[in-house]
Write a protein that binds this ligand. Sequence first.
Ligand code: ADP
Ligand code: NA
Length: 330
Amino acid sequence: HSKPRVLSGIQPTGGSYHLGNYLGAVRNWVGMQETHDAFYCVVDLHAITAGHDPKLLRERTRVSVAQLLAVGLDPARCTVFVQSHVPEHAQLGWVMSCITGFGEASRMTQFKDKSSKQGAERSSVGLFTYPILQAADILLYQADSVPVGEDQRQHLELTRDLAQRFNTLFGKTFTLPQPHIVKETAKILDLQDPSAKMSKSASTTNGLIELLEPAAKIAKKIKSAVTDTGRDIVFDPEAKAGVSNLLTIYSALSGRPIAELVEAYAGKGYGDLKKDLAEVVVEFVTPFQQRTQEYLDDPAQLDKLLVIGAEKARTVSVRTLATVYDKIGF
Ligand code: ADP
Ligand code: NA
């Protein structure tokens, strides 16, 4: 492949993606279609590690794919697929789990975080080995780089360690992927609690902008966002996290630099900023929601795109797995 190859996955959690998922992750994927040989995967195998409803999962996987297409991923310019449609993920996952130390896997902090509610004892082994499957996801495509947020850095380190170990044990097989750390500006905060990142797992959804929720509801959430004391619109993420977050979102969606926005709102109040931002967000989500619905209204076409995506993914994954099986004596 002449362009660098990139692999990125996203869970089908919740059905609708939120503004943080979009600005922090998915939006960058659209740009990388041009510069990279890009593989984008809805990771349904990862979505069953903590209990799930089959009917909901099936539905959410499709809604996820529809949203990815709606933001501009073009199956002619990148490979979009569902993880479970490509059996080599699970197959390579097993092989990689056999060269991972139990202690090494135990040091993954995300398991500690995610299992803390129910306790490690009652968590699934799948949740524990999740980073190993994630390593297989990446290595299967011989990805040169992986766009990751700070929270995924440790998992990418594990991926590199496992690739290196396999290469040493059985001969050069895997490309060592480089982390492609996404720009800091992309961290979107909860509108009601700007000390936390916007997240699906927040205790209330008042500070969460879901891309598929009704536009009027989104506008209302923005207008009731928590702001800071004082009334000046300045960009100061430390002292004025709430207002700064609104400016970050505004700038990211409108393309106007933050400095320009600050200047434009000099002498105006938080209410003016929120009202305008609500419009900007609604202008973005309205056509997005229409496009998503169009994909969902044509299930035969969506199925067809997914079959094509899985076939494209398998032209690479089948070869990698065949090499791996050969090297390890299968
Ligand atoms: P959530 O926290 O809602 O469960 P995930 O952890 O599933 O979201 O994240 C999916 C992708 O979206 C990841 O690449 C993650 O880095 C990105 N992401 C999630 N929340 C945010 C946020 N608030 N700001 C920026 N990026 C985010
Ligand atoms: Na994540």
